[in-house]
Design a protein around this ligand. Structure first.
Ligand code: ADP
Ligand code: MG
Length: 340
């Protein structure tokens, strides 16, 4: 941890889909949480004020950043996660573009506090509108705290596109939820305008995170999914057929650990419930699809929510079969238990 940060060479940087990573507070929170996860944290606290427009503070207990690397981390295309073109084909971290800190520091007033395990003293560094100060000594626990204040204070034109505090805050909360689900081994805490909104236990069990985030009635109505269709693997939970929703807000798909929106996944899941759900009803799911990195292109969209599959049909079949067999299995068990 506290790994050396490299500047990507021009041609590698250009291979990475360009785009603004900072659109609104939730996009900043997403990037900062991903950095905390990549740094190996098992406890992450996200705090926002006024929808994140006034204040975002993210604290992790990960590996920290060595003082000599702190100013570099805020340069464009500075990353410790990939070094060359080849690395792009097997990305094992959530981040890799080396753009987030630079983009955030360009449009916010940023303060960083960080300490690596091998140093006694931490570092404090402030950067505003892309202009950094000096690194100073700071007493701080191991890990990193990043505070981003006053998003778009220097670009009023972009500020205008922000929605009301409550809408921006809800979007942040949704990012924290989605990430907490994909990382049940990490304890996530979310504080909104001084109020504790959620605190996942970090037990490593997905169901515990679901219970904390969506309540007992959801957690108690899940069927486990575990399906191997090499090179694909589909696991997680789907809802019992009798527990249906009138919308898709409880459908969560992840590909290789990243939250994604996938029409293929959604269609395959719902096909699996064909004949067991009433029209206009939708299943809930917390599904994790795993596949070799070569079969999925995460380099499509800067916010990394959309992905492209090399073989859409195979993904459809894997998800459909996973859901269908879990439902059949569940129905068989239920039938065996009920009197003839
Ligand atoms: P990327 O995540 O794509 O590498 P970022 O701009 O988000 O780019 O971060 C730049 C670098 O700063 C990272 O590669 C990492 O070395 C370091 N870094 C950022 N956030 C943290 C953190 N919370 N803990 C440790 N290191 C961090
Ligand atoms: Mg990052």
């Amino acid at each position: 941890m506290g790994q050396k940060i490299n500047l990507l060479q021009g041609h590698v940087a250009e291979l990475i889909a360009a785009g603004e990573v900072v659109e609104r507070p939730s996009s900043i929170v997403k990037e900062l949480i991903e950095n905390a996860i990549d740094a190996g944290a098992n406890a992450i606290t996200v705090e926002i004020g006024e929808g994140g427009i006034r204040l975002i503070r993210i604290t992790d207990n990960g590996g920290g950043i060595g003082r000599e690397d702190v100013p570099t981390a805020f340069l464009r295309h500075a990353t410790s996660k990939i070094a060359c073109e080849e690395d792009l084909s097997h990305i094992g971290t959530l981040g890799f573009r080396g753009e987030a800190l630079a983009a955030i520091a360009a449009v916010c007033r940023v303060e960083l506090l960080t300490r690596t395990p091998d140093s006694q003293l931490g570092t404090r560094y402030c950067i505003e509108g892309g202009v950094g100060g000096e690194c100073e000594d700071a007493g701080c626990p191991q890990g990193t705290t990043i505070i981003a204040r006053d998003i778009f204070y220097n670009t009023p034109a972009r500020m205008k596109f922000l929605k009301k505090n409550v809408t921006e805050g809800n979007a942040v909360e949704s990012v924290v939820q989605k990430t907490a689900l994909s990382h049940p081994q990490i304890s996530f805490r979310f504080i909104r305008d001084g109020v504790d909104k959620l605190h996942t236990p970090g037990t490593g069990r997905l169901k515990d995170a679901v219970r904390e985030l969506f309540g007992r009635s959801v957690a108690d109505n899940l069927i486990e999914v575990s399906h191997e269709a090499p090179p694909y693997r589909v696991s997680g939970y789907i809802s019992k057929p009798q527990y249906a929703k009138s919308n898709r807000t409880l459908q969560h798909f992840y590909v290789n650990g990243r939250f994604v929106k996938t029409k293929t996944g959604m269609a395959a899941l719902e096909q699996g419930y064909k004949n067991v759900l009433m029209a206009g009803k939708f299943p809930a799911c917390f599904l994790f699809i795993e596949m070799p990195n070569e079969l999925v292109d995460v380099n499509v969209h800067p916010a990394k929510i959309e992905v492209r599959f090399a073989a859409e049909n195979d993904v459809f079949r894997a998800v459909y079969t996973a859901a269908k067999s879990a439902i059949l299995n569940f129905s068989d068990q239920t039938a065996a238990l009920s009197p003839a």
